[in-house]
Design a protein around this ligand. Structure first.
Ligand code: GRG
Length: 308
């Protein structure tokens, strides 16, 4: 869950109660995710899928999807299956990222990683199971949304997940392992694909479900690309400044691996300034939506104010 007490309010969101907004949306997501993947035969794989899916986490991705859908005139119910699918895809990427063949991590979301509990074979399959089910879930559980919008969602989820998104970013990240001269351009490529592409999909798919126009989707795309990069800059900062208890995963990994990160290129202060600039640019895109944009503006500021 979000460490709500540590969120600082900015003037733009002072009227908006982000803490209770996050609490209610997180609770709705937890219930929907629990229901989406019930225990059944073969129990072994469903248990492994549920272990990571229901292990907490900030639920930022589904909440971004729901918030965008509501801003564009849709409802929570219309967007919930897509929101859950996005969290399933995110969770599978964490399971695979933690594997010994990738980042080789022992802790995630404050618990032992999936492969540490179930073994590598089941962890790979749990990730695969969540990925496949994400697509099925959108198609079988979305109600009161025209089929052409569902097709737009499916297409965007596929793009954000595959070689044009998460997979592509991860491959370049692996290629850069152990290199201390990775240029900024490559670092941006990695994080625009590994991190920002899925965050963009959350926002854009929320827009698709609500039937947003091409012009609106363009604005939502700019907003989410900016928050996506800001999210990663803060992630890099937290890897240096936060503890394992705060993060729920091993801290200081980037330094130990001598990995090129935003703070290693710019330093901590400049990195934070760049993240703030990206958040300002993101929020400027939402000006046409007035008061309705408050949740997305507050969520953007939460990205830079978070402590985990
Ligand atoms: C998608 C087919 C497919 C394979 C996965 C392993 C991989 C390819 C990609 C790696 C993606 C990855 C782990 C990116 C890092 C993104 C990131 C900063 C995650 C942390 O997100 P938070 O802080 O985590 O929102 P919580 O636990 O709060 O949800």
């Amino acid at each position: 869950m979000v460490a709500a007490d540590n969120i600082q309010k900015t003037p733009a969101e002072s009227k908006f109660d982000l803490i209770s907004y996050l609490k209610t949306r997180q609770a709705l997501c937890e219930t929907a995710l629990d229901k989406a993947v019930p225990m059944q035969y073969p129990e072994k794989i469903y248990e492994a899928m549920r272990y990571s899916l229901l292990a907490g986490g900030k639920r930022l991705r589904p909440i971004l999807c729901i918030a965008t859908c509501e801003m564009m005139g849709g409802t929570i119910e219309m967007s919930m299956p897509t929101a859950c699918a996005l969290e399933m895809i995110h969770t599978m990427s964490l399971i695979h990222d933690d594997l010994p063949a990738m980042d080789n991590d022992d802790y995630r979301r404050g618990k032992l990683t999936n492969h540490k509990v179930y073994g590598e074979d089941i962890a790979i399959l749990a990730g695969d199971g969540l990925l496949a089910y994400a697509f099925e879930h959108v198609v079988t559980h979305t109600e009161n949304v025209p089929p052409e919008r569902i097709l737009q969602v499916i297409s965007r989820l596929g793009r954000a997940t595959g070689a044009a998104g998460l997979v592509g970013g991860q491959v370049v990240d692996l290629e850069c392992e152990g290199k201390t001269d990775t240029p900024l351009e490559t670092l941006n490529f990695i994080h625009n694909h590994k991190t920002a592409a899925l965050l963009e999909a959350c926002v854009v798919c929320g827009g698709f479900v609500a039937g947003a126009s091409t012009e609106d989707i363009q604005r939502l795309s700019c907003y989410s690309q900016n928050i996506g990069l800001a999210f990663q800059i803060i992630d890099d900062i937290l890897d240096i400044t936060a503890t394992q208890e705060q993060l729920g995963k091993t801290a200081g990994k980037d330094l130990k691996a001598k990995k090129v990160t935003y703070p290693s290129l710019w330093g901590l202060e400049e990195s934070r300034q760049k993240a703030d600039q990206l958040i300002e640019a993101a929020c400027a895109e939402l000006q046409p939506y007035g008061e309705k944009a408050q949740p997305l503006i507050a969520l953007a500021h939460f990205i830079t104010n978070r402590d985990r």
